[in-house]
Design a protein around this ligand. Structure first.
Ligand SMILES: [Ca+2]
Length: 163
């Protein structure tokens, strides 16, 4: 017998707030949640050069999160995808500050970039209203696409193999 966590992608039903966008029309955070991977020089989230860039997803109600899949910018810059922290909790973000919510997972990086999807998995499922994706440096932060995964259910099942 083994424990299996079945995941499902969660829909964000509240506000999406960004610390900044270099140019909102081309690089606003809504492009990180449009279900499309960009391979060009636009239509991904691109913060300004700032302290601790982040964006926050508001689920409006306590929501259980198991992992976050973050796809990097398609056409460059895996080297700036560093020191990424995903946190889950009930305290909303303040610009220029680090999240005070409990940490789900960290990714020291750098990423290979080029549209790589990095999956940050919580050590255990976490429940909170806000999910924050933040870089704990001064710099720019690019996110092509993000998917928040939650637990659908837990079950124990026998694993068998057909030979
Ligand atoms: Ca996108």
């Amino acid at each position: 017998m083994t424990s299996v966590i079945l995941e499902r992608q969660l829909s964000v039903n509240g506000a999406i707030v960004q610390s900044s966008a270099l140019f909102a029309e081309a690089w606003g955070v809504h492009w990180a949640l449009d279900d499309t991977i960009s391979w060009g020089d636009y239509h991904y989230w691109h913060s300004i050069d700032e302290k601790y860039p982040w964006f926050q997803l508001d689920f409006t109600n306590p929501t259980t999160v198991t992992s976050v899949s973050i796809t990097t910018r398609g056409n460059c810059c895996g080297h700036v995808f560093i020191n990424v922290v995903v946190s889950v909790g009930d305290t909303p973000m303040i610009r220029g500050q680090l999240s005070t919510n409990p940490v789900c997972a960290t990714f020291p990086g750098p990423s290979a970039g080029g549209g790589t999807t990095e999956v940050l998995t919580c050590a255990a499922p976490m429940t909170g209203r806000f999910v924050v994706i933040q870089q704990t440096d001064f710099g720019v932060f690019h996110v092509n696409e993000v998917k928040i995964n939650g637990s659908k259910c837990y079950r124990r099942q026998a694993v068998s193999f057909l030979l």
